[in-house]
Design a protein around this ligand. Structure first.
Ligand SMILES: Cc1cc2nc3c(=O)[nH]c(=O)nc-3n(C[C@H](O)[C@H](O)[C@H](O)COP(=O)(O)O)c2cc1C
Length: 273
């Protein structure tokens, strides 16, 4: 049941909800309110565009009321200058303070990131969080001990054998980068776009976290570590069949007073069509 309701005192019959529905299941007969026929409900993407677009705040769906949405005006978003500075100025942070991030801030960030787009709006992501630096330290010790003795490390990653030694003897934390926290985003492989959904939500998390003063670094090396030490997935609690990617984060112990300069880093071509 979608619980699609239209307040007849507020609806102006403008038709915006009808035209914006991606599944085209909202119909409005002349002089009537917009409605979704029961046999059309299964086609709903649950995207809530009808609730979002209604200028009169007349539409409720899925138990969501317009009054509980954040209001948006034409100048509500950060300016291009501010967004550009965030994109250019965020850095991969590899030096962290030995402290936990405020749990209320984390909760806020993850709730916002849950609004990221997913293919066909399927929202099948799971966020598995290491939000305690002592738990992270336990994981670090377990991983480094596992890598000390691992027998299945591919040649290309043979330096992983040295990770424990580098950490213990030189305080060089090449795997965990001194981070107190990690976020694993996972999705079932049969979701419409699992890898894209995972990467998008991590990218959103990174930008949001850095705008809140946190440091982040994508945790690509975790992919190899988890292949070499396959028990880690269950230990951390990532759903067993899920694909995942991860990000390290925490309060940064470094500041970058300027941006880097990579404007020409990507090849730019005009399409030939
Ligand atoms: C998918 C991906 C995986 C990455 N994995 C790691 C990693 O495991 N460890 C690490 O220190 N940095 C990792 N990085 C960070 C890159 O090395 C970094 O983005 C690059 O050096 C540019 O630096 P910047 O992010 O500060 O601009 C990763 C980045 C991406 C996009």
């Amino acid at each position: 049941m979608l619980d699609f309701t239209v307040d007849q005192k507020l609806c102006t019959h403008c038709g915006l909800c009808v035209r914006d529905c991606p599944a085209r299941i909202i119909a409005m007969a002349a002089g009537s309110l917009p409605r979704i026929e029961p046999d059309q409900e299964a086609a709903c993407l649950q995207c809530q565009h009808c609730l979002a677009i209604c200028p009169a705040a007349a539409i409720e769906i899925l138990g969501r009321k317009p009054a509980d949405s954040l209001p948006l005006a034409s100048n509500s978003f950060p300016t291009l200058d501010r967004m550009e500075l965030l994109l250019r100025g965020r850095r991969s942070v590899r030096q962290y303070r030995d402290e936990n991030v405020d749990p209320a801030l984390l909760k806020r960030l993850l709730a916002a990131v849950a609004n990221a787009p997913t293919g066909v709006n399927r929202r099948e992501l799971t966020f598995t969080l290491i939000d305690d630096k002592d738990a992270m330290q336990r994981l670090r010790e377990k991983v480094l001990a596992g890598l000390d003795t691992a027998t299945r490390i591919p040649e290309r990653y043979s330096y992983l054998h040295e990770a424990g030694k580098a950490y213990r003897e030189h305080q060089n934390d090449i795997i965990f980068r001194t981070a107190p926290h990690a976020l694993f985003v996972s999705a079932p492989p049969d979701a419409p776009c699992p890898n894209q959904d995972i990467a998008i939500s991590l990218a959103y998390f990174e930008l949001l976290a850095q705008s809140a003063g946190l440091g982040t670094v994508w945790w690509g090396i975790a992919q190899m570590v988890f292949i070499v030490l396959p028990d880690l997935k269950a230990l951390i609690g990532i759903p067993p069949k899920h694909l995942f990617y991860a990000m390290l984060f925490g309060m940064p112990a470094v500041k970058y007073p300027r941006t880097v300069q990579r404007d020409n880093a990507a090849v730019l071509r005009r399409a030939k069509i």
